[in-house]
Structure formats: structure tokens, C-alpha cells
Design a protein around this ligand. Structure first.
Ligand code: MN
Length: 271
């Protein structure tokens, strides 16, 4: 690479989170790092965009910014408001999140969403999550290695494709190694805590206290349970190829009883 890589960094724990700053420091030798992170915590905010109020920006230091929106907002603003980045980034990195993003967590995760927002635009991206603060320093060091390795992936300089990697660190360092994995099954003890406010109305807290991992060979959950760093590739197209037969069978319902093929003709407007 002719010039130093440009890395855009964000997270979902907010601009003050220790995981963000550990990762920022660790990435400095890998490339030029520009940080654009949410002003406040946005964990479990998934991939939401803020479309119904203005977004405010604060410059907090050199190449360190906050935006008072979601992780996806931060990536969007950084990419399309010229003032943030000197050029299109070579890599987008999110984290290091406080806590796992394993299995179906990736649907709720703001950390993964920031990376996904970049991957949707063809930029290689990585989400990093660490289960315990005691292994944060080790996680940051390995994250820098993974970021450098991702930048060196075959075809990267030709801009062939965006890739979205989801990396999780086990609770204890030193880690046993690094494994390529698939999403596992993380099962939460789902519950609704019901309480009453001072005016006698019910209110709820959702989200159970703990999760357990179902055994699955080659999964991210298995890897971290065994002390390994997991590297899971995520795809943007969530079409269920195995469900296309069911979709065709359901589509055959048509719009009305005469429409057995399930497709409307150009003339058949009224129904
Ligand atoms: Mn978080």
C-alpha cells in the first residue's frame, strides 16, 4: 500500500468507553485512525438511523469526534460529511465492545451495526467485542493484528469486496488462539420484570440476566468458551436459500382466486 491505511473507528458504548480508546491506541501503528463515536451509550440499538431530529457533532481532540446519534449514524456522517475523513477509508473498525456479540446478538448489536453500515458500502469492516475488562489490553493487541491482516487480504487493494468480520474475545488472557468460526446459539433467559411506578401504573424492564451457549461445532460461542478468539464472517444478504421453496409455495396464493400463478398481469389493477 502506497500510503498509510485510513481507518475509521466507532463503537456503541459511546465515545468515552475504555474499549474504544484501547482499540484506538492499538490501531495507531496500523494506520491513520479517525474516531467518530456516539456521544452516549447505544448498546443493543442495532442498526437504527436518526431521521427525525438533527445530529450534533463535537470535536473532542485530534481525529476524535462524537455525534449524538447511533453507531450507524456515526459511520454515515463520517463517510458523507467531507470534513471528518481526508479520503474514503480502507477499513472500518467498531469496538472494542464491552461484552460479547455472539450468535444472534449480532442482530441487536450496535457494535456490529457500525461495521455493517460500512460493509454495505463496500468497505472491509470488523466488529470487536470483549467479554471482560481484564482481557481488554490483550484484546486490543490482537485486534491490531487482525486489522492489519484484514487490510492485507488478497484483492483488498483492488477494492474487490467489502467484508464484515465479527470478532469476540474470551474472558481470560492469554488467549488460547484465534479461530475462524460461524455464529453459534446464545440462549437468554428471557423475562419481563414487572414493577409499579409511584402513580400505580405498571412498567417493565426487559432482558434476562444471563445467557448460556448451546453446543455447536465450529461456532463462535464454542470458541470463546474454550478460550479462543472467534472470527466470524457475516453476510449482508440474509435471504434464506433453503426457504425459497416455501416462499414460492406461499406466493402461489395469488391476489385473488383467479390468479393461480401468483403473479398479476399489467391490466389486472383492481382487486
Ligand atoms: Mn455495547
Amino acid at each position: 500500500m502506497a500510503q498509510r491505511p485510513l481507518i475509521l473507528l466507532s463503537n456503541d458504548d459511546g465515545v468515552e468507553a475504555s474499549g474504544l480508546h484501547a482499540l484506538r491506541e492499538a490501531l495507531m501503528p496500523v494506520g491513520d485512525v479517525v474516531t467518530v463515536a456516539p456521544a452516549t451509550e447505544q448498546s443493543a440499538g442495532s442498526h437504527s438511523l436518526t431521521l427525525h431530529r438533527p445530529l450534533r457533532h463535537r470535536a473532542l481532540g485530534e481525529h476524535l469526534h462524537s455525534v449524538d446519534g447511533t453507531p450507524a449514524d456515526c459511520i454515515y456522517v463520517a463517510l458523507y460529511r467531507d470534513a471528518f475523513l481526508p479520503r474514503w477509508p480502507d477499513l472500518v473498525v467498531s469496538g472494542i465492545n464491552r461484552g460479547y456479540n455472539l450468535g444472534t446478538d449480532v442482530y441487536y448489536s450496535g457494535t456490529v451495526a457500525a461495521a455493517r453500515e460500512a460493509a454495505m458500502r463496500g468497505i472491509p469492516s470488523i466488529a470487536f467485542s470483549c467479554a471482560h475488562k481484564d482481557s481488554l489490553a490483550a484484546a486490543a493487541a490482537v485486534s491490531a493484528r487482525i486489522a492489519a491482516r484484514t487490510l492485507a487480504q488478497p484483492g483488498h487493494e483492488e477494492g474487490e469486496r467489502g467484508s464484515l468480520l465479527n470478532v469476540n474475545y474470551p474472558p481470560r488472557a492469554p488467549f488460547a488462539g484465534v479461530r475462524a468460526t460461524r455464529l453459534g446459539k446464545r440462549v437468554y433467559f428471557d423475562e419481563v420484570e414487572v414493577r409499579e411506578d409511584p402513580r400505580g401504573r405498571e412498567y417493565y424492564w426487559i432482558g434476562g440476566p444471563k445467557a448460556h451457549h448451546e453446543p455447536m461445532d465450529g461456532s463462535d460461542t464454542e470458541a470463546v468458551d474454550e478460550g479462543f478468539v472467534s472470527v466470524t464472517p457475516l453476510q449482508l444478504d440474509t435471504t434464506d436459500a433453503g426457504g425459497l421453496g416455501l416462499a414460492a409455495w406461499v406466493a402461489a396464493v395469488g391476489l385473488c382466486d383467479d390468479d393461480e400463478a401468483g403473479e398479476t398481469s399489467d391490466e389486472g389493477g383492481e382487486s
